[in-house]
Design a protein around this ligand. Structure first.
Ligand SMILES: Nc1ncnc2c1ncn2[C@@H]1O[C@H](COP(=O)(O)OP(=O)(O)OP(=O)(O)O)[C@@H](O)[C@H]1O
Length: 224
C-alpha cells in the first residue's frame, strides 16, 4: 500500500479560556490516502478549523503525531515546517484571501514564483488552471472585479498551483449561494482529482460532503 499523504495519531488540542480548559480535539486518528478526497463534517464549534490548522502546520500547541507524506511534523524545525507546508500543502478558505492589487493570474503565479518557478512556467500553469476553471476570459481581472464564485475559483487555482500532495479546505464554498457552491465545489473536486491530489475538506453541509470519496465526522473531540 502506498504511504498515506496524511496520518494523525492521537492528535489533541485544548484551549484554556477564562481559567477553564476546553478539550477541542481529544485524540484524532485520521488517515488520508494519496488522491483521496475526505469530507470533514461537524457542527459549528466542533473543531474542524482547529484540526485543519494543526494539519496545515499553521498552529502549534497540539499533542500527538502528524505525518505529512511520511514526514513526522512535530520533529521539524520551524523552517522545515514552512518548506513542508509550501511544497506539500495547498489551502482554500471560506473567504478567498486573494491579494487585492494583483489580478487573477498574478495571484496564481505568486506561490509558484516564491517556489522559484520561472516566470514563463508559472504563467503557463496559472493560465491552464484558470482556464480549466472557466476563467480563461478573466485572467487580468482583479479580485474586486470578479464575482464571489469566480474569486473562489481563483483561490482554488492558487491552492493547486504548486502541485500539492494534499489540499486542505475550510468551508471552501461557505460564502457562496447554494447553486454557485454546488458548481464551484464540483469544479474544485474535478480539478483536485485531475491533478491526482488528495483533499481534506471541512464543511457542515451533508449534501456537499456526499460528493466526496469518504466522510469523517467530528463529535465531541473525536472522529466517528
Ligand atoms: N484560539 C482559541 N482560543 C480559545 N478557544 C478556541 C480557539 N480557537 C478555537 N477555539 C474553540 O475551539 C472550538 C472549536 O473551534 P473551531 O473553529 O475549530 O470549530 P469549527 O468546527 O471549525 O467551527 P465553525 O464551523 O463554526 O467554523 C470552539 O469552541 C472555539 O471557541
Amino acid at each position: 500500500m502506498s504511504e498515506p499523504v496524511l496520518q494523525t495519531i492521537g492528535l489533541k488540542r485544548a484551549f484554556i479560556q477564562g481559567g477553564a480548559t476546553i478539550h477541542v480535539l481529544r485524540g484524532i486518528d485520521l488517515t488520508v490516502a494519496p488522491g483521496e478526497i475526505v469530507g470533514l463534517l461537524g457542527p459549528s464549534g466542533s473543531g474542524k478549523s482547529t484540526l485543519l490548522q494543526a494539519v496545515g502546520l499553521l498552529e502549534g500547541g497540539f499533542e500527538g503525531s502528524i505525518r505529512i507524506a511520511g514526514i513526522e511534523v512535530s520533529k521539524l524545525e520551524s523552517h522545515e515546517r514552512t518548506v513542508t507546508r509550501r511544497d506539500k500543502l495547498g489551502f482554500v478558505y471560506q473567504f478567498h484571501h486573494l491579494l487585492p492589487d494583483f489580478d487573477a493570474i498574478e495571484n496564481v503565479e505568486l506561490p509558484q514564483l516564491i517556489q522559484n518557478a520561472t516566470f514563463a512556467d508559472a504563467r503557463a500553469r496559472s493560465e491552464a488552471l484558470l482556464t480549466a476553471l472557466g476563467l480563461g476570459a478573466r485572467l487580468t481581472h482583479r479580485p474586486s472585479q470578479l464575482s464571489g464564485g469566480e474569486q473562489q475559483r481563483v483561490a482554488v487555482a492558487r491552492a493547486l498551483a504548486n502541485r500539492p500532495t494534499l489540499v486542505l479546505a475550510d468551508e471552501p464554498t461557505g460564502n457562496l449561494d447554494e447553486k454557485t457552491a454546488d458548481v464551484v465545489l464540483a469544479e474544485f473536486l474535478r480539478l483536485v482529482r485531475g491533478e491526482g491530489a488528495a483533499a481534506l475538506i471541512a464543511t457542515h453541509n451533508e449534501r456537499l460532503a456526499a460528493k466526496m470519496d469518504r466522510v469523517v465526522r467530528l463529535h465531541e473531540g473525536l472522529l466517528e
